[in-house]
Design a protein around this ligand. Structure first.
Ligand SMILES: O=C(O)CCC(=O)C(=O)O
Length: 262
């Protein structure tokens, strides 16, 4: 039976251990479309990007917003948004939105020990939080992600020996979301099964930080105009930088950098 999500436990776990698993957040139907749209995005990149294999080493897709409707549905998910609001900030924006398809009998770039925030920060004021959305079952055999509990408090990387002894393996069902502080040291495993293992990583940051890709410019305005308010805010539409004094001094409702954005 899926465990009920408790805000208190989520807050406590992320603060102390650095991570927390939210069970059964996404419905089956959405998971199926996410898998199909992720597979399609990978196939398109493979066809269209020159030197695909050398850069995207084993099927990591950068910037999935706009590449399928289901990617936007995840951003509107109320449980995910509640946790981001509580743990990071209601004004948090998306720093990056990537997909990982860990292919049979392989590892990939994410299989190396790393953390996703390059700057160390004080835990009293977290800057980045990420959601690892599991689309297939995550388990030891197919390279379930490994996290070192408490390692968001470490300024330097742990040794690989220490990491291997003390890290925990994420086991999860499709539709579960693992939330973790982006300072956590972690890595994907190697997939030793004959089926791919897919996931989506959404990294959220404080609203004043730069995004990996400027989403407000990258996403077609026709799509942005059809987004709901929360999703528009998450992609950074409320914290755009004016390009002139006339843009800076627009009336409140038209301002690019809205008031009270953290
Ligand atoms: O796919 C995984 O297991 C890990 C993904 C990851 O490390 C990342 O997106 O930073």
């Amino acid at each position: 039976m899926k465990k009920k999500i408790s805000l208190e436990e989520t807050r406590y776990s992320i603060k102390t251990l650095g991570f927390c698993k939210l069970e059964g957040v996404l419905k089956n139907e959405l998971i199926l479309s996410l898998k199909a749209e992720l597979d399609l995005a990978i196939e398109q990149d493979r066809q269209e990007i020159e030197n695909y294999d050398s850069y995207h080493f084993n099927d990591i897709v950068h910037q999935l917003i706009g590449r399928g409707e289901s990617f936007l549905d995840v951003l509107a998910n109320p449980t995910l948004n509640l946790i981001v609001d509580e743990i990071l900030s209601p004004t948090a924006i998306i720093h990056s939105y990537n997909g990982v398809k860990l292919m049979p009998y392989q590892g990939n770039n994410a299989s190396k020990l790393h953390r996703d925030c390059p700057r160390f920060y004080n835990q009293d004021y977290p800057l980045m939080l990420q959601a690892l959305v599991c689309l297939d079952e995550f388990k030891t055999e197919n390279g379930g992600t490994m996290l070192l509990p408490g390692s968001h408090h470490l300024e330097e990387a742990p040794s690989s020996d220490y990491f291997e002894t003390k890290a925990v393996r994420i086991t999860a069902e499709p539709g579960d979301i693992v939330m973790f502080d982006s300072l956590m040291w972690h890595c994907g495993g190697k997939n030793l099964t004959k089926l791919p293992r897919r996931g989506i990583t959404i990294v959220y940051s404080r609203s004043f930080m730069k995004q990996q890709i400027d989403l407000c410019r990258a996403i077609p305005s026709s799509l942005i105009n059809s987004m709901d308010k929360v999703v528009r805010q998450r992609i950074g539409m409320d914290v755009r930088v004016p390009a002139s004094f006339s843009e800076f001094s627009l009336p409140q409702e038209k301002r690019l950098y809205k008031a009270n954005q953290g």
